[in-house]
Design a protein around this ligand. Sequence first.
Ligand SMILES: Nc1nc2c(c(=O)[nH]1)N[C@H]1C(S)=C(S)[C@@H](COP(=O)(O)OP(=O)(O)OC[C@H]3O[C@@H](n4cnc5c(=O)[nH]c(N)nc54)[C@H](O)[C@@H]3O)O[C@H]1N2
Ligand SMILES: Nc1nc2c(c(=O)[nH]1)N[C@H]1C(S)=C(S)[C@@H](COP(=O)(O)OP(=O)(O)OC[C@H]3O[C@@H](n4cnc5c(=O)[nH]c(N)nc54)[C@H](O)[C@@H]3O)O[C@H]1N2
Ligand code: SF4
Ligand SMILES: [Mo]
Length: 865
Amino acid sequence: MNTVVRSTCPYCGVGCGVEARPAVNGGHEIIGDKQHPANFGRLCVKGAALGETLGLEGRLLYPEVDGERMTWNAALDETASRLQAIIDEFGPKAVAFYASGQLLTEDYYAANKLMKGFIGAANIDTNSRLCMSSAVVGYKRALGADFVPCSYEDLEQTDLVVLVGSNAAWAHPVLYQRLVQAKKLRPQMKVVVIDPRRTATSDIADLHLALRPGSDAGLFVGLLNYLLQQQPLMTDRFDGQSDATTLAAGWSLAKCADFCQLESAAVQTFWQWFASTDRAMTLYTMGINQSSSGSDKCNAIINVHLASDKIGRPGCGPFSLTGQPNAMGGREVGGLANQLACHMNFEPADIAKLGRFWGSERIAQTSGLMAVELFEAIARGDVKAVWIMGTNPAVSLPDSSRVAQALASCPLVIISDVVRNTDTSRFATVRFPAQAWGEKNGTVTNSERRISRQRGFLPSPGEARAEWWMISQIARRLGYAEAFSWQHAHEIFCEHAALSGYENNGSRAFDISGLAHLNLEQYDALEPVRWPVTTASTPAFKSWRSNGKFQLVPVEPELPEALADHRYPLILNTGRIRDQWHTMTRTGGVPRLMQHINMPLIDIHPHDAKRYGVTEGDLVRIASRQGGMVARVQVSDSQLPGNVFAPMHWNQQFSRRGLVNGLVAGVCDPHSGQPESKQTAVRIQRWQPAWRGEIFAREKIEFTDEVQWWRQTSHGVQHFVCAAENLPAAWAETLTAGRGWQLQYARGDGDFYHLLAWHNGELQLAFYAAKGWPDINTSAVVSAFESAPTTAASRHLLLAGKSAGVLRDAGATVCSCFGVGEKTILSAIATGCQSVGLLGEKLRCGTNCGSCIPELRALIAKAAK
Ligand SMILES: Nc1nc2c(c(=O)[nH]1)N[C@H]1C(S)=C(S)[C@@H](COP(=O)(O)OP(=O)(O)OC[C@H]3O[C@@H](n4cnc5c(=O)[nH]c(N)nc54)[C@H](O)[C@@H]3O)O[C@H]1N2
Ligand SMILES: Nc1nc2c(c(=O)[nH]1)N[C@H]1C(S)=C(S)[C@@H](COP(=O)(O)OP(=O)(O)OC[C@H]3O[C@@H](n4cnc5c(=O)[nH]c(N)nc54)[C@H](O)[C@@H]3O)O[C@H]1N2
Ligand code: SF4
Ligand SMILES: [Mo]
């Protein structure tokens, strides 16, 4: 395939359009699609690095059953017969699917149809439960439909943007840059950031409210009260009005400020700005949703927009930003266990409707198990088979040791993934190789309800297949051939579009029946389009509740269930870093994305650092009631005292004891079932290993249990940061003994231990250990594996972890687009580049995606101190 293929980025819910074109080196170059209305050509660093994720290393390429490679036919036969045996003996509720907002809509539709329509139970849930389910409850309660009433264009027309519980600068970078641009063009537009941490997002804030974790509802219920004092509502305008307003009346400025631990003046400023602007938007994500009262927080936000008429108009609205590329598509097809396809519910009329459309008398009658419950049911043995598609629950679900135990005890664990070895696939009985991004074909829907095509531009490697194909093959073997006879994703899309309009007549918000008759060519050429897409003209925004009214949901602000006490005195917040995606199966393999932050950091306020006796660079053990992890301390006044932050990404493929969800409890919101992933009570303890080091090796390294390690990603070499309590020499001996390698040592009185191992003039192993972190030039060591230094002097330099000066150590990468390191930036600042603009002119940093600009600014400030 030689032509340019237009597709959509597989990472976040911004849903940027990309163009893939063959590169001279035989790979593919990925650039932004200038015509795509989500990004107009812009990409963030993850999107721009997509071309570097297309290699086949680590890919799962063939079906396997019980660890043995099998043909597709044999694997499908065997899997279907095991599923059938479980259904026969224990009933349909003994099997479950656990899907993902990273599946394509067509795959998702097929999975939901098989489970809810034909197996006849509703045990299909998805990782969107951990992500968007509170937002869904919020919209459904207020508007009667899971309808996001905003678009990206609104950002260019609004007067006030409130970002709450969102670090969009890192998590939705292209959208954030659009906001930065909009503010530049219309400086009168104000930005409020509500987050207990000061983040890269707060860089453009006119007001940053660093509130007490989990207290957001207080701020918005108080705002409702403030709005109503200024302008009372007409009687009975909304359902729930009287209860909601009575509850809010108790939330005075003083009470709110106290509840949120904020200055009254700051709260008042926010409220004034909100009340006095004609157009305001509230953008919210995981700081709101991932909470034991997340649904109520979403409604507290929607309430103030309803009560002040800041919804359903340009530049207005409560805008839940979706996390995953197709979380929205999952919501459309009914991927959550408590909904049916195409915005239908478990109500007799909807069940009957679906039965007619699908030609099935086996439609599930009641909701199924939600993610956390589902894994509890697996642990109890009530669910005996689970098909996990495109998600890594052993890492991402709370209380991971319980999840691992559940999976270990489950008789049939089917996994469809693109990567062979993940924390979850360790428990697989059946592995199905899935097509990856660039190979698969279908549609995704972004945060603003825009449907875009993901198009394949690469051949499927090995025997990788589309998920919808696997699902239909299993369905046929379970006896449902007729309903699963699709030959192409296009047929599934059209069926889904037809169902969305089936007996709809304006009763369900999701309606794309206008696309039900696309032919294959039109489907392939489909331009990005926002739903609804119907032949009749429907109003874009209205209430879908049966009486046509919107609902104000009465909200009583609550604090998190996680409470600090004397044993666990700190609250741990978890979330994303700029250059990694979730459990790192894709981004973790790209060297330049690992160089920004190369191991789990725990951010801690200087007061707490002092209190717990830790300093920058120290290692700490973090413990909660659930479990423990190890991380490196980063002292930062961007944290509130009493609060620490750790990334969600590290797992057992990339570290020992780096799994943050080992700490988090499975406490969930009662309405949405979404876990409280943002608050966990923990304690920290300084861990003083005997040594810390870095090890580089040509071959796989065997770690002993005592060595704590974090995998690094460097081209052509195994590379780890590590630490241990016993002396480094003991472990080094186990690695080199009996290999016949020539060893070169440097030992300094127990202060440091360096070792190089050579074989036939080639470097086999390089190991640098020291009491503190060894100061070595990583690029010099990595390049010595490619071309070994030849002179005695240069080998000596290498033993010291240095090079002859050709390769300069640039420090941690700040600008990943152009690979510009911290040390390079600091020396440019020292020579006069005192602004982001000047740095950009000299080094190019910050001139592409712009995500590193807040960090550049911070470095300039740091240098000025
Ligand atoms: N780089 C990168 N980008 C991603 C992803 C990724 O893995 N990596 N994943 C994507 C996905 S699936 C998702 S869901 C989104 C998530 O996007 P975000 O929700 O923006 O990201 P998080 O880092 O999880 O959390 C956001 C912020 O919530 C704050 N927070 C914590 N507790 C509270 C609280 O009580 N109140 C308030 N107001 N704020 C709080 C945290 O300090 C954090 O800064 O990102 C998407 N984009
Ligand atoms: N503590 C804490 N925990 C969290 C969060 C948090 O903020 N804090 N955030 C939560 C949120 S919002 C989310 S969305 C989840 C995300 O958590 P997960 O969904 O578990 O994370 P991923 O790494 O995206 O998992 C995707 C899996 O699918 C595979 N994969 C990649 N591409 C394909 C493909 O094309 N087809 C198939 N079949 N497989 C593919 C990958 O190899 C990987 O194994 O984590 C949740 N967990
Ligand atoms: S902003 Fe999101 S969709 Fe756009 S390029 Fe970055 S990760 Fe991809
Ligand atoms: Mo997410």
